[in-house]
Design a protein around this ligand. Structure first.
Ligand SMILES: Cc1cc2nc3c(=O)[nH]c(=O)nc-3n(C[C@H](O)[C@H](O)[C@H](O)COP(=O)(O)OP(=O)(O)OC[C@H]3O[C@@H](n4cnc5c(N)ncnc54)[C@H](O)[C@@H]3O)c2cc1C
Length: 343
């Protein structure tokens, strides 16, 4: 959808046709896309709320950080779908289909966003459930969001809660796990959220107004190199593996495709900078072997200036900033795990 919008916005679909294959019956709010705003994008008017302050905590310790120049934004997917569909419907060169059988793909160039996930059970995922709650009383400080609260049951995995307060009486609260997906024992999300809201946030009286559930692969799907096909989105390796952040990478990829659309078959394939792929691979290997150390590792990462850490997590860091991040990591552990054969 981001790509179709970007192409249409820049008049690239005046003399070309676009068929969008989408099996879903309707577009309704199903996700909240959040990120630190490190680049401009087309969906500023779909931002539900942005914050200039955030916190991260482990048992007994909390860090408060500012992100004034790089605000954290949350996009309402309902507004995003509506904005895009309203625009795309006006262009006669764009059509919607439910299945590829309905069109002739022979002379088409395909942008594929259906990921091919091989042996997914043994790999790491970020899986979560979020609920938006409304309270009668004003209980939230809507000036600051909580990025990661590790003060919770870890069950030999990596677990944190994430809270986005939209107003003083409305917030999205998510329980998030970094683990292998086959572990069903971690998926009692409703119980986890209920306990957290009651015992940590001390909220008794609330109603649930929306929920979202998801799983982001922390490995890149298999990408086939065909001349008339390009993978995009999660399928195209746009997820930052150490964080699950994907949305802004998709926006950058869409821009790249739009700029190169006339020579797309010959153009170099866009990818997340290799240095992040390399560093994230080691990071996830440490996570795989030592989930019990990760809360402290994430917490210590934030001993850097907010700008350094945000730019690093958003693939926008300089080599010096990368070095600052690396220096905050337990170096011997990382070196040891780097040389360890994969389990
Ligand atoms: C609940 C949730 C919350 C997330 N939150 C964040 C966030 O806060 N920040 C962030 O950066 N990233 C986030 N992500 C990760 C990522 O940004 C999203 O998953 C994003 O939507 C990925 O875009 P995509 O185009 O790859 O996939 P999708 O948005 O899933 O789009 C793929 C489309 O393909 C359709 N489809 C499925 N099967 C077929 C088929 N066989 N044929 C044709 N079409 C098919 C689907 O219906 C869907 O519309 C989140 C992911 C989820 C699931």
């Amino acid at each position: 959808m981001s790509l179709a919008y970007e192409l249409d916005l820049h008049n690239k679909l005046k003399d070309a046709t676009l068929a969008i294959i989408e099996p879903r019956l309707e577009y309704k709010r199903d996700k909240t896309w959040s990120y630190w705003k490190t680049i401009d994008h087309n969906f500023q008017d779909c931002v539900q709320k942005s914050w200039n302050n955030f916190s991260i905590n482990i048992p007994g310790k909390t860090k408060f950080l500012e992100c004034n120049g790089l605000p954290y934004e949350a996009i309402d997917s309902g507004l995003f779908y509506e904005k895009i569909n309203t625009r795309l419907k006006k262009n006669k060169n764009i059509s919607f289909y439910k299945n590829t059988n309905e069109i002739d793909l022979n002379s088409a160039f395909i942008f594929n966003s259906v990921p091919l996930l091989d042996s997914k059970e043994d790999k790491l995922w970020q899986h979560f459930k979020g609920i938006e709650i409304e309270t009668k009383k004003n209980v939230f400080d809507d000036e600051i969001f909580n990025l990661m609260d590790f003060d919770c049951d870890q069950r030999d995995s990596v677990h944190f809660f994430y809270t986005l307060p939209y107003t003083k009486n409305k917030a999205l609260i998510e329980t998030t796990w970094l683990s292998k997906i086959k572990n069903d024992s971690l998926k009692d999300y409703d119980e986890q959220l209920k306990n957290y809201i009651r015992n940590h946030l001390n909220i008794r009286d609330y109603k649930v107004t929306y929920s979202e559930v998801g799983a982001i692969p922390l490995f890149h799907p298999t990408i086939s190199n065909e001349r008339n096909k390009m993978n995009i989105g999660t399928a195209g390796g746009m997820t930052r593996l150490s964080t699950g952040y994907t949305f802004l990478n998709i926006q950058e990829h869409s821009k790249y495709i739009r700029k190169n659309i006339h020579t797309i078959k010959e153009s170099k394939r866009y990818e997340i900078n290799k240095k992040y792929k390399f560093l994230d691979k080691i990071f996830l290997k440490v996570l795989n072997y030592h989930p019990e150390k990760m809360a402290n590792i994430f917490f210590d990462m934030f001993n850097n200036s907010p700008e350094t850490i945000i730019k690093f997590l958003s693939n926008k860091s300089t080599l010096l900033q990368d070095l600052f991040i690396i220096l905050k990591m337990p170096k011997w552990l990382f070196i040891k795990i780097f040389f360890k054969n994969d389990k």
